[in-house]
Design a protein. Structure first.
Length: 368
């Protein structure tokens, strides 16, 4: 009887292990299938094709959280190009990477009494009082990465917020890591809780890593982007000492930390091809493209089409000026890896979809 109970317990254990292994296999298979979709290029335009004609004699100001960050800098450049195409006056003010700097930039922008503002990674909660002040004075506001969700945010004074869905971005980054590691990744996540969108990405990435039975979430590290250059080298060294060979993947909320991580990994004897590699859940900076192309410690980035989003910001402002509703368009996720980096602008170290969005917006505005 006792032997029968032992055999029965063993059978249950083996069945449990089998189910566990199948679940692990399932998530790896799902991750590989998802990654194959996320790395596809040449997707057709799925945004708006109709809307108000160009509204005349408008002045807009781009308020950037930090022009050292390739994300808001790239959007600012695209907004400038689109503003010229639609016939508006444009100016950029740099928040210089600090809360006080962003407040000063917003105050300066409001004092100029523009028709519209574009917020480049300026967090809506952090600057809520000034954003509400601007909206109350009649200034139309479009955000880029200003909150955790895409779409209209009237409660925050924002006509609409532009971002690839942070949860989709987080999923693309983690699924790539699971796929590449065959479900055996040791992960550190780096975030900056100053930004709502960064917190949303980090939380989503952590939840997905925990769903991978063979993966291990070693640490969620909260470190300010504004102090990346000073903090990341020492932080990387500390994490290497603490986790050693267990740490095989670094997940970040944008590309900036990897700008300063490589020297530490080199000094520790790591090669650019691993065993420790980075994946960024956002932006797609020039330096990230170079690292991915050269197999230099970064394996992938979920690249935002910042130029396309800059043109969309101008189109959304034009709709606001005309009294039309915001669009519901959100850019689809695109994962840049070494295998697809030569496509759709990769040669120029930027993700710029080949879908004729500039021509389409000019047609909508009747400026062609």
């Amino acid at each position: 009887m006792k032997r029968a109970r032992i055999l029965s317990a063993t059978a249950i254990l083996l069945a449990s292990l089998s189910a566990h292994l199948h679940a692990a296999d399932d998530i790896v298979a799902q991750a590989k299938a998802y990654t194959a979709e996320a790395t596809k290029s040449s997707l057709p335009w799925s945004g708006p094709t109709t809307g108000p004609v160009a509204q005349k004699n408008k002045t807009i100001v781009f308020v950037s959280a930090d022009q050292r960050d390739s994300g808001p800098r790239g959007v600012a450049q695209a907004v400038q190009q689109a503003a010229k195409a639609i016939g508006w006056t444009y100016r950029v003010i740099d928040g210089q990477g600090s809360i006080s700097g962003r407040s000063a930039a917003l105050n300066q922008a409001i004092a100029l009494k523009p028709d519209g503002l574009v917020l480049g990674s300026v967090d809506a909660k952090e600057q809520s009082a000034l954003i509400q002040q601007a909206a109350s004075s009649g200034i139309k506001i479009v955000g880029w990465h200003s909150s955790a969700k895409p779409g209209p945010a009237p409660q925050q004074g924002i006509f609409t917020n532009l971002t690839t869905d942070p949860l989709d971005v987080a999923k693309a980054a983690v699924m790539y890591v699971i796929a590449q590691s065959n479900g055996k990744a040791g992960v550190v996540i780096m975030t900056d809780s100053t930004y709502e969108v960064a917190t949303a990405k980090a939380d989503a990435m952590a939840a997905l890593v925990k769903q991978c039975a063979g993966c291990q979430l070693l640490k969620i590290e909260d470190t300010p982007l504004s102090d990346t250059a000073a903090r990341i080298p020492q932080l990387s060294a500390t994490l290497l000492q603490r986790y050693g060979a267990k740490w095989t993947w670094a997940l970040t909320i944008n590309d900036m930390p990897f700008d300063f991580m490589s020297p530490t990994l080199q000094q520790a004897g790591y090669k650019g091809t691993g065993p420790l590699l980075g994946v960024s859940a956002g932006n797609g900076s020039e330096s990230a493209f170079q690292r991915i192309r050269n197999n230099d410690y970064q394996a992938a980035t979920v690249a935002e089409p910042v130029s396309q989003q800059g043109w969309q910001a101008v189109d959304e402002l034009n709709r606001a000026f005309a009294g039309a509703p915001a669009t519901d368009y959100t850019s689809p996720v695109h994962l840049v890896t070494h295998a697809n980096i030569g496509l759709e602008g990769g040669k120029d170290n930027v993700y710029d979809p080949d879908n004729r969005y500039r021509d389409i917006y000019r047609q909508i505005w009747k400026t062609k």
